[in-house]
Design a binder for this molecule. Structure first.
Ligand code: UDP
Length: 316
């Protein structure tokens, strides 16, 4: 197959490039490098079946030749990024999704939208299954991300219903692993880098909020399976093992062997506005339709991620 991956130089996108290349396909990575990095795909330079196009998907997309699949992962996925770049976040979810869907239509390609657990907002149903419509504040600071992804889902289904585009939607829950940015502001890189540097781990609030952390290899496996099926509606992919942020901080200290202390802070900026109190995927649908469930235990995944950051931070 010939596959286009937008956000291909990003954290998850670059792992998908690796996977599809390993399976013998031709992969074109597209990225504007705003949060992605050529470091993530440097090892692919010179691969005859790999190419890179630097392009912002909010502008018209031209790709020569046929495409079998378009996987749309371009986005500003960390709360710090989308608070810093709110309008770009809305544009990539809206215009970027429109352009990539238009491309998939023109090429008769199968399309994947990388959506998010954030479509459930601060959920009133727990754990969240795909039938839950969510609890999102459209005018809050997080609304730029949540609503852009909700719009992207609606647009994807409209292209499916009106134009017959063969579409898939994956709702990605908190995912971590090598190639996350050390400074992206999310809890996994923050805690691991703080632990490795011997700095205090910054728990926001009282640490009772919950998240469920999935390792990137498991997510990639789920996406590849989803693309190989005919499941058109949204599918949750995430690890249903739920931890409080305080538990996660303690686990990070254990895995890294760090002596850092844990501090509780209340950021005065908008980082924690509308911060969901709990989040955990119901993965019944993925289990049933894809035969998928996470395989990598969180301690093992965290160890691999810590190894990556040790090298990145020059501490190895
Ligand atoms: N968080 C924290 N300390 C940090 C970074 C994040 O306590 O240094 C919290 C944050 O308030 C949220 C959770 O960890 O409750 C997960 O945040 P993240 O930004 O990783 O992703 P989100 O799931 O909110 O998109």
């Amino acid at each position: 197959m010939r596959i286009l991956i937008t956000g291909g130089a990003g954290f998850i996108g670059s792992h998908l490039c690796d996977r599809y290349l390993a399976e013998g396909h031709e992969v074109i990575a597209m990225d504007n490098l705003s949060t992605g990095s050529t470091d993530n795909i440097a090892h692919l330079a010179g691969q005859p079946r790999f190419s890179f196009i630097k392009h912002n998907v909010t502008n018209y997309i031209y790709v020569a030749g046929p495409l079998d699949m378009v996987l749309h992962l371009a986005s500003l996925p960390s709360p710090v990024d989308y608070l810093n770049f709110p309008i770009q976040t809305l544009k990539v979810g809206a215009l970027g999704t429109h352009n990539t869907l238009g491309l998939a239509l023109a090429k008769h390609a199968r399309f994947l939208l990388a959506s998010t657990s954030e479509v459930y907002g601060d959920p009133l149903v727990h754990p969240q299954d795909e039938t839950y419509w969510g609890n999102v504040n459209p005018v809050g600071p997080r609304g730029v991300y949540d609503e852009s992804k909700r719009f992207a889902e609606a647009l994807t289904m409209a292209y499916h219903r009106y134009h017959g585009v063969d579409t898939r939607i994956v709702r990605i829950f908190n995912t971590y692993g090598p190639r996350m940015r050390a400074d992206d502001g999310r809890v996994v890189p923050n805690f691991i880098c703080q632990a490795l540097r011997g700095e205090p781990l910054t728990v926001y609030g009282d640490g009772s909020r919950t998240r469920s952390f999935g390792y990137v290899d498991d997510l990639v496996e789920g996406i590849v399976r989803l693309m190989a099926t005919d499941v058109e509606g949204p599918v949750n992919l995430g690890n249903p093992i739920e931890l409080t942020i305080l538990e996660f901080a303690r686990l990070t200290l254990k895995v890294t062997g760090s002596k850092s202390e844990i501090v509780f802070i209340n950021p005065t900026d908008e980082r924690t506005a509308d911060d969901p109190k709990q989040r955990c995927p119901d993965i019944t649908k993925a289990k049933k339709l894809l035969g998928w469930e996470p395989r990598v235990p969180v301690e093992e995944g965290l160890r691999k991620t810590a190894d990556y950051f040790r090298v990145k931070l020059g501490l190895a």
